[in-house]
Each structure stands twice: as structure tokens, then as C-alpha cells.
Design a protein around this ligand. Structure first.
Ligand code: GLN
Length: 452
């Protein structure tokens, strides 16, 4: 069948099912069908790449020329970027077709997708459950078969946790593996884009397209991009798996623990050996992250001043009124909370006590992982302490932050991680998280693929 037929099929699925899920903020049907025709012609001429004609969706944090990029916020409800993000450019150059922009927590702050200006996304497995966040729209859309794959970003778990909650595969690459150019900044030293799809194989194809150095992002790393697909079938005999004891402690739902331990047994049957390891500074990860991420966010979000772009209040009486009212009206509650925290921790007199201390802790957390990878090849554990929780269940922010216990240290350390489906608790999926050392994406995809 043609790409046009494929694209039309998914557009119909979106039209039918997304009224229930709310996973898309913008659907770009017309552009998609046009691109599909171009891909079909390229196929007919024999000039098409492997992914030509494959429909995708983009989290609404990736800047797209001609299509609104809201970042889940009222602040950017009227924003159309004048350029494409590098990830978007690379995906179009590979011939993939964007069906639209997916829902997300406002400015990627959240773990349930309930912080979106466009309303919460529902989990397709159970409409009373959250899809996870902040890339909840991408995860739900893939899980519901509205699109074969989607792009997400992960600053503190936002690819892996929603992938786990929705029963799909999601990969956060090493910091620097994928260009951040044109991705709306949340916490610049943590943000990283990655693929969310039905399988590790699909993620491998997509990572191969989006990875690589970009002169427009000085933190992207000049290092060759391996063929992630070629190594998917490498045998796992002799693979050394570490189970961090801190990832199996208090707060972990027993059914989630069982699903993860069952998955580890599958790896043993494939020839892997398993041992317990320790990441002793794990319990500092949430406090360190919730100092560093809001600090960087408060700085990044200072550009939304009602002057250059984004929401502007009506009839400002003077410049200060313009700033304060535009920001008060444009930002939601959680974003304001983060800006307040970040501004406080960066202020004179508090900087050393909070920000400098958190950076020191970050170093220790990174060292924990490097020490562990001296002894083992990969680490395995749960992606989240529980399966998807009910919509509205976590009202106080700290209980929401505690959700991120198994995902956030990975961003602080800059290492890659993948979440793969590992069964269900009732009707809600469980994710197995696999972690590797810096630039070990090929190995993570190989290990994930062997389980699927
Ligand atoms: N829950 C984290 C936060 O709210 C996740 C952020 C992310 O990865 N974008 O900061």
C-alpha cells in the first residue's frame, strides 16, 4: 500500500479515537497527505530512504515552521516558529511524515500530563488513568495506534515514564547524542529528545535518523552515529546485568517488582548473568533535580516577557504591568511554582546552599553510575514505582515529584535509558527500565529488542 493510504488510515484513527484521548494539540492532515504523495513518488523513483512515507507525531515542544508550537502552554498558544528544530528537519529529510503535534505537560513540567493548558490526556489502556508525562500525548497516541511512532523529550523521565504507563518503548539518549536546537528549553543541561514507538527496533530506526552532531547546538557531541539496527540481534550470552538495590526499595509496588524480576529471569534464560549493585546517592536525586531543573527553567522562561513572542496581556499600563500580567496570565500553576523555586535557589545568599550543593550531588550521582558500569554492562529496574495512577490522584506537587524516583538520576548523570513493556498490573502496563553507560544506545536497543 501507498504512504498516502497509510497516512489516511492513521488520520482517520486520530479523528475517531482522539476525542476520547486528547493526545494531539494540532493535527496537520493536509500537509501530511501532501508529504505522503511526495514520499510515494520518491518510492516510485527509487530515491526513497528506509523511513520514507512513515507517519509520525511530534511532541508540541519541537519547533515546526508553519505549525503552532505551544509547549502545552497558554503562553505559546499563538506561537508559530520561523524554523524547524534539527530533529524535525532530519525526520523530514528522511521522508517521514508528521501527522501533528502531541499534547504534553506545560513546558514539559509534570509526570501525568495533567498540567497541559489543552487539558489532560487519557491513558488508552484505561481512560480513568493518566498516560504519564510530560510526553503523555506522544505515548498515548502510539499506544492507541493513532500513529506508529512519536518523538518525545526527557528532562527527568518524560519519555521513559509515559512509555511505561502506556505499554510502549521509549528511549532517552545520552545527553548530547541528539541536537536540542529548536526544542523549547526547559532545563538545558538535562533536556534530551528521543523516540517513542511500539518496539526497540522502531526506536533504533528513528534514533539513527535524529542522532548526531549539530553546529547549532554546542552541547551536541561530535561522535559517529552507529547503525543501531544492525546490532539488534547480537546475542546476549555473557551480558552482565546489575540490579541497583536502591531501585527495589520502599514505595515500589510489589506487582511492579514482580514484573521486573520476571523480565530479568528472561534475560538469564538468554545467557545473561545478574548481580546486585548499589547506587548509594540515589535518594538525593529528587532533591537535586528539583533544585537544578527549576533553576534552569526560571532562567530559560525569562524570555516570555510579552514583548517578543507569546502571550501579551491587553492594555498594559506600563512595562512592568506588561511583564507581570503577560506572565501571570500565560503561565499555569506548576510553571509558576518552578519559576519561584528556581528564582529563589539562584538568588544571592541561597545560591551556594542550594544550587552549588545540588551540582555537587549531581556529580556524586553520576559517579555512582560510572562505578556500577565498571562491574556490569547494563542496569535494570522499574521505570516507575507504580503503574499509571488515576487522573486527579496526585494533587500535591511533592507526591507527583516522587513519581520520578527511578528516572531522574539518569538525566543528572547524562546516561541513556530505555523503558520497555514488561507486562501488566490489571489493565495497566508496567515498564522495565534498562540503563547503560554514556553512548551505549546500541547496546540498550539490542538488549531491549531481545526481550521483545
Ligand atoms: N516530572 C519531571 C518534571 O516535572 C519530568 C520532566 C521531563 O522529563 N520533561 O520536571
Amino acid at each position: 500500500f501507498s504512504s498516502r493510504e497509510l497516512t489516511a488510515h492513521y488520520l482517520q484513527r486520530i479523528e475517531k479515537a482522539d476525542t476520547k484521548l486528547n493526545s494531539f494539540i494540532s493535527v496537520t492532515a493536509e500537509q501530511a497527505l501532501q508529504q505522503a504523495e511526495i514520499a510515494d513518488n520518491a518510492r516510485a523513483n527509487g530515491t526513497a530512504g528506509t523511513l520514507a512515507g512513515i507517519p509520525l507525531a511530534l511532541k508540541d515542544i519541537f519547533c515546526t515552521r508553519d505549525v503552532k508550537t505551544s509547549c502545552g502552554s497558554k503562553m505559546l498558544d499563538n506561537f508559530i516558529a520561523p524554523y524547524d528544530a534539527t530533529v524535525v528537519e532530519k525526520l523530514s529529510a528522511a521522508g517521514t511524515i508528521s501527522l501533528g503535534k502531541t499534547n504534553m505537560d506545560e513546558f514539559a513540567m509534570g509526570s501525568s500530563n495533567e498540567n497541559s493548558y489543552y487539558g489532560p490526556v487519557k491513558n488508552p489502556w484505561d481512560l480513568t488513568a493518566v498516560p504519564g508525562g510530560s510526553s503523555g500525548g506522544s505515548a498515548a497516541a502510539v499506544a492507541a495506534g493513532l500513529v506508529p511512532a512519536a518523538m518525545g523529550t526527557d528532562t527527568g523521565g518524560s519519555i521513559r515514564q509515559p512509555a511505561a504507563f502506556c505499554g510502549i518503548t521509549g528511549l532517552k539518549p545520552t545527553y548530547g547524542r541528539v541536537s536540542r536546537f529548536g526544542i523549547i528549553a526547559y532545563a538545558s543541561s538535562l533536556d534530551q529528545a528521543g523516540p517513542m514507538a511500539r518496539s526497540a527496533e522502531d526506536c533504533a530506526h528513528l534514533l539513527g535518523v535524529i542522532a548526531g552532531h549539530d553546529g547549532r547546538d554546542s552541547t551536541s557531541v561530535a561522535r559517529g552515529v552507529p547503525d543501531y539496527v544492525e546490532s539488534l540481534d547480537a546475542p546476549l550470552s555473557g551480558l552482565k546485568i546489575g540490579l541497583p538495590k536502591e531501585y527495589f526499595g520502599d514505595g515500589l509496588a510489589p506487582e511492579v517488582e514482580k514484573a521486573v524480576r520476571d523480565a530479568v529471569k528472561v534475560y538469564e534464560s538468554l545467557g545473561a548473568t545478574v548481580r546486585d549493585v548499589s547506587l548509594p546517592h540515589t535518594h538525593y536525586a529528587i532533591p537535586a533535580y528539583y533544585v537544578i531543573a527549576p533553576a534552569e527553567a526560571s532562567s530559560n522562561l525569562s524570555r516570555y516577557d510579552g514583548v517578543r513572542f507569546g502571550h501579551r496581556c491587553d492594555n498594559p499600563s506600563d512595562l512592568i504591568d506588561l511583564y507581570t500580567r503577560s506572565r501571570a496570565e500565560g503561565f499555569g500553576e506548576e510553571v509558576k511554582r518552578r519559576i519561584l523555586i528556581g528564582t529563589h535557589t539562584l538568588s544571592e545568599g541561597f545560591f551556594d546552599a542550594y544550587y552549588t550543593k545540588a551540582q555537587q550531588v549531581r556529580r556524586l550521582i553520576r559517579q555512582d553510575f560510572l562505578d556500577a558500569f565498571e562491574d556490569v554492562d547494563v542496569l535494570m529496574g522499574p521505570a516507575s514505582p507504580t503503574p499509571a495512577f488515576d487522573l486527579g490522584a496526585k494533587k500535591d506537587p511533592v507526591s507527583m515529584y516522587l513519581q520520578d524516583i527511578y528516572t531522574i538520576a539518569v538525566n543528572l548523570a547524562g546516561i541513556p535509558g530505555i523503558s520497555v513493556p514488561a507486562g501488566f498490573v490489571g489493565n495497566r502496563p508496567v515498564g522495565l527500565q534498562i540503563l547503560g553507560t554514556h553512548f551505549a544506545e546500541a547496546q540498550l536497543l539490542n538488549v531491549a529488542h531481545q526481550f521483545q
